[in-house]
Design a binder for this molecule. Sequence first.
Ligand SMILES: [Zn+2]
Length: 370
Amino acid sequence: MKYKIIGSLMFLYGLMLEGETCKIAFRLDDIQDFWLGEAQRQVIDKFVTYDVPLTIGVIANFFGSDPQIVSYLQNVTTNYPIEVAEHGWNHEDFTHYSYSEQYNKLNQSRFRIRQSLPQADLVTFIPPFNAFNAETLSAMSDLGYTHLSSSVGIDSGPFSNTKPIYHYPVGASTDSFNNNPVGVPASRTLEQIQTQIQTYGWSVVMLHPQEFNNNTTMLFELSILLEQVRTLGCSLCLLRYMHLPPDIFPEGPFPCVSTSGQSTQTGTTGSTGLTGLTGTTGSTGSTGSTGSTGLTGLTGTIGSTGSTGLTGTTGSTGTGKGTTGTKGTRVGVTLAGASTIRPDEESSANVVEAPLRWIVLVMLYLYFFM
Ligand SMILES: [Zn+2]
């Protein structure tokens, strides 16, 4: 009898894991004219390069007069999975305004942005300061906006996430998350992503151009982050598609990008191959550990910088990545050590699944034949 109960429970748990999917969206706030234009473009270019969907929040009244950023956005939002979202008329706190004032701001913002980006669908609203209230939701709904992205500190759920307004608040960031846009290592952002996924089943990551301005280290960290999210086994989506089941093809041109958690375990995919490179320079990684500098370990390819301790604080990420490489290419061994992102944390569901299936099979055998 006890076998029957245990077997049934294990089987149900197995089914639960089989059906599990996670989603990740990125949003870049404060897009506007004549302001950190190079940083804005550099960040967006990274997402294009790594084929990761990105939603950009445009401040409507500060946009449309800078030919450089306008023509750049006309190109990338047409040809790549870059979604244009609204981020206020003057970057104002919407909770200070009545329903009709909020309605007018949303409406004129959409009109203004479409003057420069006529193809922009504009169904997502990123409220400035992440602040919104019931009137915001009503005005959005009445204007046909469908997606709101605040932050988990303000909008913590639980959400039914059904029409008319879907809530996808930010729970991770590339900055220090205290209104002080100083960049943080990719490892920290990844931890926040994984924490939010554990709670919500999905994660939204916030970026600002400020933390990447004249900052090659942070641009490099962004590359690491975009490589690493491809190993988590989650779908990467525009905010506007976060609510869709994985098998539903959206009406728009850029569906979610599915990534394989398998790559984390087996190293058979291209992205893990890159990790393999890390492994080869793993010996430098040990240098990293000396000076709490591990950036070295992190990227292998620039292992030589390890001795310089260039960006030491990010070492932990690198080590995690090196570990991944090990399995793929059998060369990352030397990167062992102070890993804060263990492989089992990177895609726990996938790691658990294989042995679990065997346990379920054994339990079923006991159930039927004992
Ligand atoms: Zn903003």
